[in-house]
Design a protein around this ligand. Sequence first.
Ligand code: B12
Ligand code: SF4
Ligand code: SF4
Length: 238
Amino acid sequence: METPDPLAGALGAFLRAAGFNALGVLEASRYDSLVPPPFRLGLLFPLARSVLVLGSGGRALFDAFVRSPEASFTQDPLDAYTRRIADACAAWPGMGAARSLLATECRSGVFADFVALGRAAGLGAPSRLGLLVHPEFGPWLSLRALVLCERDLFPTRELERFAPCEGCPAPCADACHGEALAGPRFDTAACLKTRLREPACKSRCDARRACVLGREHGYSERAEAHHMRAARVLAGAD
Ligand code: B12
Ligand code: SF4
Ligand code: SF4
């Protein structure tokens, strides 16, 4: 195994400058235990020994993206940007053979569960909001891509003692315009239904904005509107 922080050097600096400031590493076997069969390494990349999780907290990613050439693309511009950065990471000297995989990649009708992968890699804990919340960035965390690589990177560990919703008065639930946070589990269907009728939920999520964690890292209005629109398109509502 290598040194504890494999991303302390030039590659880490490159990724952080590109907006990927929340990085984690999974051993190949741990990754395989969390993904459905079409994403397993034996099929996708048998040489892989480690999986790098590219996440981003706060405004860094969108700020870097809007300055990039991909920002003017008409189709999936943020994915195009993410792909370029993840591919550059995969081609980085010292990574060995490597390949990237985006969070939006659907194989045989299923997605790899990036929330589970990010959690296992220590990027956050589950929350009442349904989102994985990060100790610093709170709910303003996205999980965008993986780099499957031959290099044996030192794995990062799950945050076992981070349980932010325990004992929290949950202002997120009070701020929700629907019944999405009324029960013990986030109700995705209730959220989607509300978003279709409630103007306040068109371009922002007030429940997310009310979270006590990472408030100073909240997305800009423009960035949040971009993500909310992208989700509506993906859900077939636009
Ligand atoms: C598909 C998808 C969606 C679809 C889900 C419905 C569908 N038609 O399948 C739609 C377009 C509705 C969606 C919306 C959003 N999504 Co989404 N989504 C995904 C994606 C690409 C795959 C999810 C999946 O199938 N997982 C695998 C299955 C086995 O796990 P599952 O737990 O059963 O999956 C379900 C839930 O994940 C749920 N879901 C998807 N997104 C979200 C977000 C929240 C907050 C919740 C509670 C549930 C949820 O839908 C899945 C299918 O039913 C993931 C990325 C990834 N590859 O994981 C992002 C992802 C889960 N989404 C994310 C986000 C942020 C959102 C939005 C908040 C974005 C926005 N600003 O509008 C919204 C809000 C969702 C809501 N509150 O209803 C983030 C979560 C980050 C985090 N910190 O946890 C992810 C990881 C993408 C990312 N780039 O970071 N999403
Ligand atoms: S988008 Fe609206 S309905 Fe969904 S969780 Fe946020 S505030 Fe609640
Ligand atoms: S406001 Fe509190 S209960 Fe709601 S998601 Fe944030 S930490 Fe959890």
